[in-house]
Design a protein around this ligand. Sequence first.
Ligand code: DGL
Length: 257
Amino acid sequence: MNNSPIGVYDSGFGGLSVWREIHRRLPEESLLYLGDGKNCPYGGRSREEITAFAREAVERLVSEGVKMVVVGCNTATTAAVDALRAEWPDIPIVGLEPAVKPACLSSKTRRIAVLATAHSLQSDMFLNTARRYAADVEVLKVEGRGFVELVEASEEDSPKAEKLVKEVIEPLLDKGIDRIVLGCTHYPFLVPQIERVIAGRDIEIVDSGEAVARRVEWLLERYELFAERGHKPDFRFITFASEEYRQRLEHKAFAEL
Ligand code: DGL
């Protein structure tokens, strides 16, 4: 038993889509969310830069006494998860991978699209997963250009979001895909916009938030790290950006529950 918080980290607001799933599945667990904010977006940066940011973030979470770290960011996972695990071997570190596997297994047209940041789409980890599970599935890689910025600016419901999402999603409609994998944790906040563009088509949006929450539960069990029964959880939000940004993180987390 361990009542310490689980740390959840992202470049900014995106990891809140993971935070939400963990909270739904494990309501008695305290959660400490770190949304970098200062260096966001990570998507166009180099592996070295992202690794340095991720190190700083995990160092901070560890200094706050977390019992586990969830890297709620596909980009930071692809760039840095190995380095983080090597540096903190005593803390379970959960990474995020786009849900390519379930999408490949369930696709009927054998053609899927993966939406992610430029960095994630180039990474070895993504290519390996795609190769392993998608031998007979064609995977179209699509950058969600401008999507992260929309979510960071709380502009998910704006005409600008409608336009940007349409620009990225519409060209996919005549490509014969039946799954769109969300490979960036900011993108679940744009699902209503994506759904508007794919309306009436046989295309399913696949997100990895729930699978990550299940993985967290499995690791808590394995390392006997569950909070005590009836534990009253505590939810904190921290950032490398401003106090205003921190308050926006907190507000969004509870607004999205
Ligand atoms: N939320 C992040 C991800 O899952 C990264 C977004 C960014 O900072 O570019 O990839």
